[in-house]
Design a protein around this ligand. Structure first.
Ligand SMILES: [Zn+2]
Length: 113
């Protein structure tokens, strides 16, 4: 349990740092790396969204990553949707919000490439 609590604390600190660093950087021109804490011009990030200074891999949408890996992709199970059998509070709202952000029905993207 102690390890999991430590990981959670690191995650919270990482989130706070990311939010603080975003406020300092003008929109779209400079990108702050959360690993090496350096800023670099947005065109230096490259196609694969990697920090040119330390190699940190920035978050990427599943569909973008898939385009890097496969020339042709046929999605499977596109009608599958999550349910809330344990009745977690506000779960449907959270799922709906995540679906709008990711443009996916579920957290897993499956298919044939
Ligand atoms: Zn970096």
């Amino acid at each position: 349990m102690q390890l999991f609590n430590a990981v959670r604390q690191i995650g919270k600190a990482h989130l706070k740092y990311n939010q603080a660093s975003r406020k300092k950087v003008p929109d779209g021109l400079w990108i702050a790396c959360p690993k090496c804490q350096q800023s670099f011009y947005h065109k230096e990030i490259g196609l694969y969204r990697v920090c040119p200074l330390c190699g940190y891999g920035f978050r990427t949408r599943a569909k973008t990553r898939l385009a890097w890996l496969a020339a042709d992709f046929q999605p499977l199970d596109t009608t599958l949707k999550t349910i809330n059998p344990l009745k977690f509070p506000k779960y449907p709202q959270k799922v709906k919000q995540a679906q709008q952000i990711t443009e996916l029905n579920d957290s897993v993207l499956t298919g044939i490439a």
